[in-house]
Design a protein around this ligand. Sequence first.
Ligand code: WT7
Length: 632
Amino acid sequence: MKENFDVKLVENAKYYTPDAEYKRSSWIGDYQEAYRRFLADPDAFWETIARELEWIRPWDRVCEWTYPYARWFVNAQLNITANCLDRHVAGDRRNKVALIWRGEDGKERVYSYQRLLGEVSRFANGLKKLGVKKGDRVCIYMPMVPEQLIAMLACARIGAVHSVVFAGFGTSALNLRINDAEAKVVITADISIRRGKAIPLITIVQEAIVHAPSVEHVVIYRRRKEPPVELHPGREHDFYGIMEDVPAECPCETMDAEDPLFVLYTSGSTGTPKGVVHTCGGYMVGAYYSTKTVFDLKERDIYWCTADPGWITGHTYIVYGPLAVGATVFITEITPDYPDPGSWWKLIQEQQISVFYTAPTAIRTFMKVGEDWPNRYNLSSLRIIGSVGEPLNPEAFEWYYRVIGKSRCPIVDTWWQTETGMQMITTMVGEPMRPGFVGKPIPGVEVDVTDKNGNPVPPGTGGFLVIKRPWPSMLRTVYKNDARYRQYWETISGVYAAGDLAVKGSDGYIMVIGRADDIIIVSGHNIGTAEVESALVSHHAVAEAAVIGKPDAIKGNAIKAFVILRVGNTPSEKLTQDLIYHVRMTLGPVAVPHEIEFVDKLPKTRSGKIMRRVLKAKELGMDPGDISTLEE
Ligand code: WT7
C-alpha cells in the first residue's frame, strides 16, 4: 500500500433530502439515535437484532474477540434455512411469494415460501442420497435460475459448505476453485441462456473436473428437453431425478454459529483467488439486519437485485438477506441490453418492482444510451434504489436519481466487500444524500479513514478506509490460507484494512476513492484513477472512462485515459483537447491525462469493475497476469 496522499476534497456541500415520510416510516428510525445506541453497547445492539431470528440454542456471549479472530453468538446453534424458510411457512408468510423468476422467452416461475421450502427439502434429501454430509464442500456453477438458489439453500440445510462459482467463469478458473475447496459434488445446468444464445455450462464442468480428484458426483439441471443431455451413469445425475423417491421433509442440520456456511472466491490484487469463509450465525444476523434496514424492506415490497447469486451481492442480497426478512424476490436471466436497452425498465414496470439494487457500471451504460429508454416505461412503483460495487460518481448519481428515481426515491449507495459479508457504509433511507459520497457507517459498524499507522486523518484528507471493530458477518478466514486472513488485520495494526482509499468530509460522510492499488503517482502526487475517471465522466460527451499510469521518465508516471463516448459524439482532436481542459479545470493540472484514447469497450470483471491492470499490461506490452475474472 502507498504511504501518503494528496487528495484534497473540495467541499461542495450539496445534499438531497428525501421526503420526511421515508424516515418516519423506516425500520432504523433516527440514524443518529440508532448509532448512539450501538456505540453505547455494541453487544446489546447486535443481541437485540439476533433475537428477531430463530435459534436452536441461544448464545453464551455475543462476541468473543481475540485479535484478529472473532467468534459471534458463541455456542449458539441454528440453521439459516429455518430462518429463511420454515419461520415464514410456520408464520404468516406460508403463501407469500418468495421468488419470481423470468426467463428470456417470457417464461415465469413463481415460488411461494411453502413451495420453496418443499423444493429445498427434497433437493437437500437428494444431496444426502449422494452421500453429501455436514462440512462437505459443494460447488454450484449455475445460471440465474431458481434451481441455483434451491441448491444453495439445500446445502445450507444439511450443513454442506457451498462454493458458488459465477457461471461466466471458464474451465481453468472453475477447476482452480473446485480443487481449492476440494468439492465433492458439482451442481450445474446443461446450458445458460444469455442474449438469445445458449451457453453450454456442462461441457465447461466436464472439462474442469478432469483434474479435480475430489469430485464424486455432478448434478445437472437439464433445461433442454429434446433431446436432454445424456447422463454418465453413476457419476452424472439429473437435478430433479435426485429429488424423486425422497422424503418431502428434510430436518435442518444443527449448526454451530461458527460453523462455515459458505466459501466464496474473490480475486486479490495479486496471486490466486482467496476463498473467503463466512459462518452461519454472524452472517445470518448481518445479512438479515442490513437487508431489513438498508433497503428498509416492507411486507409489500417487490425487490430486485440485479446481481448474480455467484457474487457476494447475490449471496447476501438475493438469497440469505431477503429470504431471512421474508421478502418477495425477483430474479431474471434477462440482460440490460437484450432485446433492447429498455428490457430492465420494462421488467420494473411489469413486476412493479419497489426496491431496485444495481451497479454503477450498469447506470453509466444506461446513461450512454440515453434517457428515452427508461422514459418509455412507468417506473412509479420504485420506492428505493441502490448501488454497489464501485464509486457512484456524482454524474451517475444525479442521473440515477432524476431519470430512474424521478427525484423522489432515496439512493442507497452501499460500500462493502466479499469479506464484509454485509453492507457497511451507506446513507440510510431518510438521511440526506450527498452525491459522490457513499455515506456513513450503518449502526453496528465503526469505520474511519487513517494513515498507514492507523492514525485518523483530518477531514478532507485522503487515507485508508479501516473498520475499527469486528462485526458479525466478517470473514473468519481465507480457506486453507489463514495467513492471508491475518493480513487484513495486520496491515494497519489493530484495525481491518479494507484496501480502499477514502476521504471523510467535515460532515462525516465518506467518499470512497478506489482501491489502494489503483493510485497513480504523477510527479510525486498521488492521483486516484477513480477521481480522474469521475472528472472525465462529468464531461457531457463521455459515457465511461478508465485511466492508468504509464511510466514516464520525468514525472514517474503519466496518466493515460481510455474513453467511451456517449452516442452522438465522435472522436476528434478538438474533443481530446476539450477533455484535457475539462479535467484540468475540475481536478487541476497535475491530474490531466497526457494521452486520451477513444475506445468502444473497456476490459471489465464480470462484476463490472474496470480491469485497469489489463489495460495497463496491454499498453505496456506486458503479460496481464490472471485474467480469469475478465468479462469476455
Ligand atoms: C470492493 C469490494 C460488495 C459487493 C460488490 C463488490 C468496491 C464496493 C462500493 C461503493 C465505492 C465500492 C471497493 C471494495 N466497492 N462497493 N458503494 N463505492 N466502492 O464486492 O468484489 O468484494 O469488491 O468494491 O473497492 O473494496 P467485491
